[in-house]
Structure formats: C-alpha cells, structure tokens
Design a protein around this ligand. Structure first.
Ligand code: M6R
Length: 613
C-alpha cells in the first residue's frame, strides 16, 4: 500500500521520481505527489488526487529543477482520496516535507497533544500528524532532523516507511522503516530510495534492504544506517537479480495479460534447478535444511491472504494426501488476532507474493515467538516475510505488477507441490512409483500451460457472451474447490461482477437457490477422483436451467452435453491440474474486465501490496 520513491545526487530528481512512481503505481493510485528541494529557493510540494499521470500533466512546463526529491503514490487509509490528503505532507512551520507508507496507530493521541499546542491540520491523515510531531520535537529540542525522527519514532505505534526532506538541506533524505518496505539503491555519488527495486533497477543493481527500526541518513555520496538507539549499523549490500524487461509490458496491452502468458516460463523457472524428474530428485536447499522438522511436525499451519490463501488451500489437499501431516489453512488477518494455539515444532508455511503483506508478516512473527518453524514461500526476494522466515523457497515468478495475482499463484503451487512430493517421499508416505510419476507430471506442466494459453481466443468469446451478467457462481471439488474460489476472486477484482466460489456439492445447501436461466455457473471439472460427482452437480444446475460453463479434461464425454460452453484442457494428474485449470479463469476475468472498459492492472480500491492491516 502506497509507493514511495526518493533520489539524491547530481541528476535532475523529478524525472527519476515520476518514473519511479509510475513503476510503483500498482501499490496505490488514489493520489500522487512529489517534494523537491531547490538549493536556491527551498521546498516545493506538488500533489494531486488521481493517477501519477494526472500529477504529471499539471506539472507540464513547471520549473522542477532540483537534485533531491521524494515522491508518493497513495492507497488511502486515513482520509478520502483528495488533493489535501495526498502526500507529501508539510509540517506547520513549512520546513519539513514527508511521505509515508503505513499506519500510525496512535496518531489520534499525538494529534490531540499537538492541537493543544496550537497546531492546525490541513488533512485527515496520520502522516500530517507525524510530520508535525517530528517538527515539534526538532524545534523544542533544537536538534537535527535525524535526531527528531529518532525521538518521534520511539513514541510511534504502527507501521511506517517514511522519507523526509528539509527545506534548508538540498542534499539529505532521512528515511526510516518499521513494517513497510524500503530499498536503497547505491549509485556512484547518488542514492535511490523506493518501496521496491523496480524504480531503482534502471540505475544500479546494488541495493540495501533497510531493516525494521532503522533510520537511514542518505546523501549523494554517503549512506549512514542507525538503529533507534543511535548506534551505527553496517549496510548489507545485495545484488539485484532482475532485469528491465521484467518490469515492462513487452508488447502486451496489460501487465495482467503479460503475466498470464508468462506462466509456462515462470512455472518452468520455478522448477528449474530443483526438479530433476528423470532421476526423481527434488533439490530445495531451504527445505532440506528443515526436512527432519517438517517430516516430524505434528501439524502444518498455512498462513496467507487472498490468492496466496487459495494456493494454501490447494497445498492442504496435496500435503495431507502425500505427507499425511494434518494441515490447517488460516487467513493471516484472523490468525494474528485470535490467540491461536501454536506448539513448539509446529511448522508454519507463510505464502506471499509480495512478502510484505502486513497481516501475514505479523502472524508469522507471532507464531515464531511461540516456537514454530516458519517456512516462507515468497516471490519478492529480500522482502520482509522472506527475511522473517527461518527458511523457505522463492517462487521465482519475476516481478508481478498487475494487481490481480496470476503467475505468482501458479508458481506458489509449483513450489508447494515440490515441497509436498519431497517431504512425502522422504517420509515414506508417498511410494516411489507414484512419486516418480508425479515428478514427471509436474515437469510437464509448463508445456501443458502453453496449450491452455492457445485457448485464449475461445475464452475471449465466452467472456464477451457473459460480460453483462450481474453474478457468477464458480464450483469445484477437491483440488478444484480452491480454484473455484480463485476464479471468483479474479472476476470480482477485475470486472467488478459479483462472483462466489463454492464446493460443488455444498451448492445444494443454499446457493442453488440463486440458479436461474441467466446465472452462469463455472464448473472447474477436470478429471479427478470426484469427477462423476461433479457431473451430477452439473446435472442439478442444468435441471434448474442454469448456464453451465465447464472446464474439463480432454476425453471427458460426460460434461459437454450438460454444458453451454466448454473449455478443454490437456490431461494432468489431479495434484498438478490446478496449475492448468486456473489459467482459463484468469483469462475469463481478464477479458470480461477489458470488455467492460476497466483498468485491469489497477482495479478500483485495490493495491498490490497490502502493508496495512
Ligand atoms: O502479496 P501477497 O501474496 O501476500 O498478497 C495477498 C493478497 O493481498 C493478494 O493475493 C490479493 O488477494 C490479490 N489482489 C489477488 O489477486
């Protein structure tokens, strides 16, 4: 939530900041703003409700000369999206400008104190309270901005990544983080700051991931990191393993479509170097280190949100089947607040594309304190969840920019399947023959995903046929039940059509009342142990004149006569089939969203990385 960018160095800051904001816009797009400090005439702040492009347009022709700047793209938490609530916020004295990603939980108390002192506020934000609190401390203690930030942050409860500039200092950015990400790119005589590496990659591959409770004092040729106790910390420089093409659209109309079409490659990249199907080897060093503990775990708890939670549900079926370890799948937001029972030795699998989801992060911190072993399945390298986990495995799907998660989901499934097969085989709950067979089935998925993508035109036709209906129902059983949930989520997010996912058999306990001759019911009905049962469920829908769109496996002759529209997928074992059956649902949502004229990469009210609770 919210994207932040900063630059200090010899170049013009504004173009770097604006470009960076465009790259980070997936994190929030309610408003955008920049603060620049000019060596001759001080601080200038420009901000506007709406997209980064709207801000840019208003600044055409303006004199934006400056070698230092900070920029923000907002996902509103406190106060509606508006010009006055847009960041940067400037302190009452007019001296300090600040941008913020996160939530200051005790801002109301601090605001009360400042109001008593005569401060007034122009916005409804917690950020404006914090920048005034910092300025107040600076003036009362006659101290530097860095010291004032340190004193203020000792009082702050909540999550933040903040960047501050002072009107009289055209060189220094003060930055600090707790719970919200911050990466600093190290250039030659210049520094770049951002919420993730995408604004930085063009200029340098050397970065420092700032840790919680650290303050960075950033000048063109100096980076000093300190903790809140004012002790210097050694910056740990990491090399970025990402290229520019990964963060551009590459000829596709939208990032979402590009990312859907990347799946054969991303799944392949995820398996590459880990799965040797020919010889039946799965090499995952992070998992191997903790294999003993996982094999002997009394239970596994999977914690995630949204699409990642759906990947967790699929994993529950796979792990219980292959490893015979009880699995619970939890919404991170529920788990963290309900005093959960966690025993020493329990294994927690945290799944997250961004690695920054606040609920997931706090949930695993809590479980860690109680003695659980945390295995992170994360896409963004160096992210907070990856660093908080004891061990884990990256999904290697590359940057996912479309707000709707697509390629990250299939990569999560690929990693989770490898873990389940490895643990099941080592534990002896998965016999050699089935293990070898499943390894081969998994290795064949990238090629089969290519075949599924060839159905794009057919899926687009189906999308155009149903784009104006108000509701959809998605049904599936077993491994396909979470895929039904995921299909419904994709449609809701992208096309704003109400959709519900349900276990196919559960439908008769209520949702069947919704069925009329105008309700499309999407059956995720690929061949598995329950296929006959799903066909019976289709019959029940057809008997009530519902519209059936079925996603089936080649060779299925029972479903087509019951279906109004059919999408036929290549055959795959039920354990790996979800990686294929989700693709038509992603495409269906995409084409409906585009046909309705929506911005599918930036759906309303959403943000890619949910760093607030
Ligand atoms: O980055 P994470 O995987 O932790 O994010 C979890 C959810 O916020 C995310 O999956 C969300 O539901 C997406 N919009 C789904 O497309």
């Amino acid at each position: 939530m919210c994207g932040i960018v900063g630059y200090t160095g010899p170049r013009e800051a504004y173009p770097i900041i604006i470009k960076g904001l465009h790259r980070l816009e997936y994190r929030g797009y309610d408003s955008a703003g920049v603060a620049l400090v000019n060596e001759n005439d001080g601080l200038h702040v420009y901000k506007k409700k709406g997209r980064v492009a709207d801000l840019e347009e208003t600044l055409i022709g303006a004199n934006l000369h400056s070698h230092i700047g900070i920029g923000h793209t907002r996902w509103a938490t406190h106060g509606e999206p508006s010009d006055r609530n847009a960041h940067p916020h400037v302190s009452f004295s007019g001296e300090i400008a600040m941008i913020h990603n996160g939530i200051i939980e005790n801002y109301a108390q601090i605001k009360k104190e400042l109001l008593k002192k005569g401060y007034t506020f122009k916005s409804d934000t917690d950020t404006e309270v914090l920048v005034n609190f910092i300025d107040d401390i600076k003036q009362n203690n006659d101290c530097t901005l860095e010291e004032a930030v340190r004193i203020a942050l000792r009082r702050v409860v909540g999550a933040y990544c903040i960047l501050l500039v002072h009107k009289d200092d055209p060189e220094t950015i003060i930055a600090a983080r707790k719970g919200s990400p911050l990466v600093i790119g190290i250039g030659k005589g210049e520094h770049f700051l951002a919420s993730d590496a995408s604004p930085i990659i063009e200029y340098t591959k050397e970065v420092v991931y700032v840790n919680d409770y650290e303050i960075a004092i950033v000048k063109p040729d100096e980076l000093v990191l300190k903790n809140l106790g004012n002790d210097k910390q050694t910056p740990f420089i990491t090399k970025l393993n990402m290229d520019m093409a990964a963060i551009e659209k590459g000829g596709y109309d939208h990032f979402m479509l590009k990312e859907i079409f990347e799946q054969p490659n991303t799944i392949y990249d995820c398996l590459r170097g880990r799965l040797d199907a020919e010889n039946g080897n799965i090499i995952m060093s992070g998992i191997q280190k903790y294999a003993e503990q996982i094999i002997n775990a009394p239970r596994i708890i999977i914690i995630a949100c949204g699409t990642s939670w759906h990947a967790g549900l699929v994993a529950e079926y796979i792990i219980e089947e292959t490893c015979r370890i009880p699995v619970e799948v939890e919404y991170a937001s529920e788990f963290r607040y309900r005093n959960p029972i966690v025993h020493k030795g329990d294994v927690i699998i945290a799944i997250s594309q961004s690695g920054e989801t606040a609920d997931t992060l706090v949930a695993i911190e809590k479980a860690k304190e109680q003695g659980a072993i945390i295995v992170g399945i994360v896409n963004v390298v160096g992210s907070s969840i990856a660093r908080t986990s004891h061990t884990g495995s990256y999904t290697h799907a590359g940057p996912e920019i479309g707000v709707a998660s697509t390629k990250a989901f299939t990569a999560q499934l690929a990693v989770l399947t490898m873990i389940a097969l490895k643990i099941g085989y080592e534990k002896g709950t998965l016999d050699k023959e089935r293990y070898l067979y499943l390894c081969k089935e998994l290795a064949a998925i990238p090629e089969k995903a290519e075949l599924v993508l060839k159905l794009d035109d057919h899926i687009k036709e189906i999308a155009l046929k149903y784009k104006d209906v108000p509701d959809f129902l998605y049904l599936g059983r077993g491994y396909n039940f979470p895929i039904a949930l995921e299909g419904a989520l994709k449609l809701k997010e992208i096309s704003y059509i109400h959709a519900e996912g349900y276990p196919a058999a559960e439908m008769k306990h209520g949702p069947i009342a919704l069925v009329t001759n105008t309700l499309p019911v999407v059956f995720v009905a690929t061949k598995d142990a329950y296929h006959g049962k799903v066909v019976s469920n289709m019959q029940e829908i057809k008997a009530r004149k519902g519209i059936v769109i079925s996603i089936i496996t080649e060779g299925d002759t029972a479903s087509p006569p019951l279906s109004d529209d059919v999408i036929v997928l290549p055959a795959a074992d039920e354990i790996v089939a979800p990686m294929l059956s989700v693709i038509p649902l992603q495409l269906l949502a995409y084409h409906i969203g585009v046909a309705k004229g929506y911005d599918v990469d930036k759906p309303r009210n959403l943000a890619k990385s949910v760093t607030v609770e």
